[in-house]
Design a protein around this ligand. Structure first.
Ligand code: GAP
Length: 433
């Protein structure tokens, strides 16, 4: 299977099985926007939950936040986004198509061969108006990253949460970028979700803590079974102007090695700039030593949609006669599927329904299937990554045991209903983040 072919197959599977749909499809779609269907929504939810568990809930030095998407536009002046968050845009004089000038090699239009006008900077922030008047004073922006909401609340969190340095504030939420050239499926879109942590440290402790976060984040991917990842240090030319060091975590997609997360040492750029622009003192005072300083910040910043695509690419496997998504059980949309051996024996269907309901009541996402034959149901669940299939058969009616089939090995075991639950919990829960 060629890599190009692999991506096509994944796109088709995602559409066919309810993971990802093109946005506003019945109106011909809209470039750079996708909708995550029922299974894609579960996949993304599981990724976000695994991140929140690791970055917030399992620690006592990180708190969560959910800030507004639209902020005072002065935020984006202070952050440098109004003046500098742009990509070079080149427009074809003939067909009027627009391209990112840094992504094309010639001066000719890649679509029609026409001449390209010289590149100009194009700001990637989406503009909107707040209130009923559409004047310049009412312009606001959809946030292009979630981080700014965290800096806006640095003082609020310090004042209310008894946090002590070093500590972090984490946030998951939507971000919007009017990308000139959205591409590679959900890799680069105009609306996406970010999972960002701003970890505040005392200046001088930053380099060591930066290294620790890089290792911590790599370990998170590895624990969730993602292979084909590597660290890449950004060169001084590649890094943002405020960054003292940035390491990207890259995944080898069918279209090449690409960033899924960046970990940056942002120094005190953000708090300093927001202090100056707002006139508010955003420094931190150590209650024990009385020392006052502007903290430095280490920022692991990851994109949920890109990570979802990386997991899908990594998990996609073709074997003999089946397609299997070998997703880690923690992030698989369904944890198990329950079937009656046949659909026309009411006693089997009733018993299977009972097993299904009991498992669902544990809070696990469980699928029900009584269509076609068992073999077809197995293949159907393999294709969406369901780790276990549980079948209620005639023996269940006698001794209460069911069969449980493992997605990856296709091996079946008999277990009591009680053992099934313990087995699922063992596989699903104890990830030591
Ligand atoms: N606050 C820092 C920041 O936003 P970034 O490297 O621009 O850094 C962080 O973005 C992550 O957000 C990326 O590693 C990527 O996973 C995701 N991301 C950025 N732009 C994206 C886009 N257009 N489509 C999908 N994900 C995107």
């Amino acid at each position: 299977m060629s890599e190009e072919n692999k991506l096509e197959k994944i796109v088709s599977l995602c559409k066919r099985r309810g993971f990802i749909f093109p946005g506003s499809e019945i109106y011909g779609g809209i470039g750079g926007f996708y909708d995550f269907g029922p299974l894609g929504a579960e996949l993304k939810f599981n990724i976000k939950q695994a991140w929140w568990d690791a970055v917030v809930k399992s620690r006592d030095d990180v708190v969560g936040l959910s800030a507004a998407i639209i902020m005072n536009p002065k935020v984006w002046e202070a952050s440098g986004h109004v003046s500098g968050f742009s990509d070079p845009l080149a427009e074809c004089r003939k067909c009027r198509k627009r391209f990112r000038a840094d992504e094309i090699e010639t001066q000719k239009c890649p679509e029609c061969g026409g001449e390209l006008a010289s590149a100009r900077n194009f700001n990637l922030m989406f503009k909107t108006f707040v209130g009923p008047v559409e004047g310049t004073a009412e312009v606001a922006y959809l946030r292009p990253e979630t981080a700014a909401g965290i800096f806006m609340n640095f003082k609020n969190v310090v004042d209310t949460m008894r946090v002590k340095m070093p500590f972090g504030i984490a946030q998951i939420g939507r971000a919007f970028r009017n990308e000139i050239n959205p591409k590679d499926y959900v890799f680069r879109t105009r609306e996406f979700e970010q999972m960002e942590l701003e970890y505040f440290v005392k200046p001088g402790d930053d380099e060591q803590i930066f290294k620790e976060w890089v290792e911590n984040r790599i370990a998170w991917y590895e624990k969730l079974g993602l292979k084909n990842i590597r660290k890449q240090e950004q060169t001084p030319e590649e890094r943002a102007h405020y960054s003292k060091g940035t390491i990207d975590i890259e995944y080898e997609f069918p279209f090449g090695w690409k960033e899924i997360e960046g970990i940056a040492n942002r120094g005190d750029f953000d708090l300093k700039s927001h202090s100056v622009h707002s006139g508010q003192d955003l420094s931190y005072t150590d209650k024990e030593t009385g020392e006052k300083y502007l903290p430095f910040v280490i920022e692991p910043s990851a994109g949920v949609d890109r990570i979802a695509l990386a997991f899908l690419c990594d998990a996609y496997t073709e074997e003999d006669k089946r397609v299997v998504l070998k997703l880690h059980p923690r992030i698989a949309p369904y944890k198990a599927a329950v079937f009656p051996l046949v659909a026309n024996k009411p006693e089997l269907v009733d018993k299977a329904r009972q097993v299904f309901k009991e498992l669902k009541m544990t809070g696990l996402n469980i699928s029900w299937d009584d269509r076609g034959n068992i073999g077809k149901r197995y293949y159907s669940q393999d294709e969406i990554g369901t780790p276990y299939c549980i079948t209620v058969d005639y023996q269940t009616l006698d001794d209460g045991t069911v069969t449980i089939r493992d997605r990856d090995t296709t091996k079946q075991e008999r277990m009591s209903e009680k053992e099934i639950f313990t087995h699922l919990m063992r596989v699903l829960h104890p990830i030591d983040f």
